[in-house]
Design a protein around this ligand. Structure first.
Ligand SMILES: C[S@@+](CC[C@H](N)C(=O)[O-])C[C@H]1O[C@@H](n2cnc3c(N)ncnc32)[C@H](O)[C@@H]1O
Length: 394
């Protein structure tokens, strides 16, 4: 599933958009913006795997399809991205990853780790590099099946290093193009002794649920080099939610104008290889597979991993947004859309029904518009996902 990554460079957090207040949730309500938001469609730290028209290649192996798909994604500029219908949703997903990564880094540091090493499994074009930079890590290994993405990730890293201040020590990095559901990653490490504090697998793990063998290899790569007490964190679609929506649909698909999920059948869902197609903003994507979470959790035990957190995006958001620092990051990253938009501005869509929840929220006593929200369709898309955190037992 295509998701936003962070864009490196040009980040200026001090230009925060507006202060957050109370209020309801993303698509289910509105988050108050404390001041009239004069923000242009500017992103603070973003992303991104923006997709244009991927050239389709006839390939039999799903891994090849995935690599081919991501290799042909075009990087588009800020202007194009900021005009995207899902601009805020992408920023929202990015915010969520930032919060997750930040909190895990705090835990790792709290446990006494100084030189933090990270494995970014399915790193894409390096959209999370800036988050790791902010987190002050020492070393990263970025791995992805799509060679072109890995090259872009490396270029992004080198740019970041080149542009950094002389007094800032940027983490060291290794980049590996690999099908992490087939190949043992540890054999490719420059430092064969390297152990990780964190493995981050953002919007990736579901590709491996094609077969038990692949899911297990991905898990092995995520966990076998974790230090005792280390974390395996990630984001992936919630199979329960996908199946619930499918069962509620009178066809084999569901979605809205921003996303569509299509299955081949319903009623029976194999544990592995339960394939569906996902499209975002009209671009047909590569096949993905349901991840039956209890099975995932069970498999992780083989690697001595204990589930610490599993939360739907909606729950994670509701909890984290209560904290001032997360709220202010949310504003800086433009993770919610101001509603109503300022005079002369435009909402992400002209369809007023998309903002009924925000309108209703604004009418509540004590609420001072503008509020921060996502259009209903964007919320429906992002609320498919869940966040997970596993920890390696000692
Ligand atoms: C939706 S993108 C997410 C990229 C990045 N983690 C992020 O959060 O922006 C999914 C990524 O998973 C990678 N991927 C899928 N299957 C993979 C595999 N078997 N091994 C390594 N990477 C894989 C894709 O190439 C793609 O870059």
């Amino acid at each position: 599933m295509e998701q936003a990554e962070e864009k490196q460079g040009g980040t200026n957090e001090e230009e925060g958009a507006a202060a957050a207040g109370g209020g309801g949730g993303g698509g289910g309500g509105g988050r108050e913006l404390g001041q009239k938001s004069g923000v242009k469609r500017r992103r603070e730290e973003e992303e991104d795997e923006e997709e244009t028209s991927p050239t389709k290649k006839l390939v039999s192996d799903h891994g090849e399809k995935v690599a081919s798909h991501y290799n042909t994604l075009q990087e588009v500029g800020l202007v194009v991205r900021s005009q995207s219908r899902i601009f805020y949703m992408r920023n929202f997903n990015n915010w969520l990853k930032s919060v997750l990564i930040g909190e895990i880094l705090d835990r790792v540091r709290g446990a006494g780790s100084r030189n933090v090493s990270v494995l970014d499994l399915g790193c894409g074009k390096g959209g999370d590099l800036l988050k790791w930079r902010r987190g002050g890590i020492s070393h990263i290994v970025c791995a992805d099946i799509a060679e072109v993405s890995v090259d872009q990730c490396r270029t992004r890293y080198e740019e970041m290093k080149r542009k950094s201040h002389s007094n800032e020590k940027i983490f060291s990095a290794q980049f590996i193009a690999s099908d992490c559901s087939k190949e043992v990653l540890s054999e490719r490490l420059d430092d064969p002794e390297l152990m990780f504090d964190i493995c981050s697998c953002q919007f990736v793990y579901h590709y491996s649920f094609e077969s038990e063998q692949k899911a297990d290899m991905m898990l092995r790569n995520a966990c076998e080099r974790l230090k005792p007490g280390g974390f395996f964190i990630g984001t992936t679609p919630d199979a329960y939610e996908l199946v619930k929506r499918l069962e509620a649909s009178d066809s084999l698909s569901f979605g809205n104008e921003v996303f569509k999920v299509s299955f081949q059948s319903k009623g029976s869902y194999p544990l592995f290889g339960c394939q569906y197609h996902f499209s975002l903003e009209g671009v047909v994507n590569v096949p993905e597979f349901l991840v039956y979470f209890p099975l995932f959790e069970h498999m992780a035990k083989r690697y001595n991993m204990r589930l610490v957190l599993k939360q739907r995006f909606s729950e994670f958001f509701e909890e984290k947004v209560k904290k001032e620092n997360h709220r202010s990051l949310m504003m800086k990253m433009m993770a919610l859309e101001p509603f109503p938009c300022e005079d002369g501005g435009q909402q992400a869509t002209d369809n007023k029904e998309q903002y009924c929840h925000a309108e209703e929220h604004c009418s509540r006593p004590g609420v001072r518009p503008p509020v921060g929200t996502l259009s209903k369709s964007e919320w429906d898309a992002t609320s498919i996902y869940l966040v997970f955190v596993f920890q390696k037992m000692s």
